[in-house]
Design a protein around this ligand. Structure first.
Ligand SMILES: [Zn+2]
Length: 302
């Protein structure tokens, strides 16, 4: 099992196997990729693109995919997934980033949510396709991923929402289609609390059953601007890591603003001596790999 970091700052915390740097987060800012760090790109969630082109925003009967539209779990402005100029520009950008880093991890590479997009172009494309609405959306998303695959010669990872059942209806995402083009999946399981680890373990087991490629899960440690009182505790993170590990995940990533927050987490995890001892009974090899990793952090955080 691999352990990675998922960070907003181009910093490599010690004690992990690999790093994923958010070179283009949903704000739309673009940072410089690094040759030994994988690059994460938010494709259609892009505040900058929408600010520059307000008419590109994804539309639905419940309103646009705009920050503040409480009908949806949308925290950014999302571009319509068939917007041709954005697609072309993103394909060029993704190819360029892949040449300057060991791999590309995409998120928001699909429709904004259920009911999207009903802009005039999407309606026309759908009608011309002769397909049902949901199948047309799937074809648009999968077709885009196929184009991405032609541009990315190294690792290509699909980040997906932790929705086992409705990703097709909500996002146009078909897991088997993605598996044909992707090297791996990353299920983002971000939460400010992991107080009920059973649910995350259940999701991991479900994805283990469904996904036909290796998959990582990403856990939330400390986001940009977070108050330390509002983030998951080290004991929650340790427990949920062990629970996901025993459900068969191929790796765990830890999301943080930068290396210092990860180091704080490592230090707090190491100090959980009683819990680490108790978790030894939670399972065999994968569980021990998580606990061994924490043990290896002892000399880093001293
Ligand atoms: Zn549209």
């Amino acid at each position: 099992m691999k352990f990675g970091t998922y960070v907003f700052q181009p910093e490599k915390a010690e004690g992990f196997d690999f790093h994923v740097f958010r070179v283009k987060p949903e704000t739309g800012i673009r940072l410089t990729p690094a040759p030994d760090v994988r690059s994460n790109i938010a494709v259609f969630a892009d505040n900058t693109a929408v600010r520059n082109h307000p008419d590109w925003i994804s539309q639905s009967p419940l309103g646009p995919a705009k920050i503040g539209n409480a009908n949806y779990n949308i925290y950014w402005d999302v571009v319509c997934a068939t917007q041709p100029e954005h697609r072309t520009e993103q394909l060029d950008y993704i190819e360029d980033v892949s040449r300057h880093s060991p791999g590309v991890w995409l998120n928001s590479q699909y429709f904004a949510d259920h009911g999207h997009c009903t802009c005039p172009r999407c309606n026309e494309l759908w009608r011309k396709s002769g397909l049902g609405w949901l199948e047309w959306r799937r074809k648009e998303v999968t077709g885009f991923i196929a184009q991405v695959r032609e541009r990315v010669r190294n690792e290509l990872v699909m980040c997906i929402q932790p929705d086992l059942v409705c990703s097709y209806e909500r996002y146009g995402v078909d897991f088997d289609d993605f598996a044909r083009y992707a090297d791996a999946f990353n299920v983002v399981m971000f939460s400010k609390s992991y107080a009920t680890p059973w649910y995350w373990e259940m999701l991991s087991r479900g994805f283990k059953k469904l996904l036909k490629k290796p998959f990582y899960v990403s856990l939330y440690v400390f986001g940009p601007g977070d108050n330390p009182r509002d983030v998951p505790t080290a004991s929650e993170l340790l427990t949920v890591s062990v629970r996901c590990a025993r459900a068969g995940v191929d790796g765990i990533l830890y999301l943080a603003d930068g290396a210092s927050q990860l180091r704080d987490f490592q230090k707090a995890a190491v100090s959980q001596k009683e819990l680490r001892e108790r978790l030894k009974a939670y399972g065999d090899q994968p569980v021990q790999e998580v606990l061994d990793r924490v043990t290896s952090w002892e000399k880093i955080v001293q």
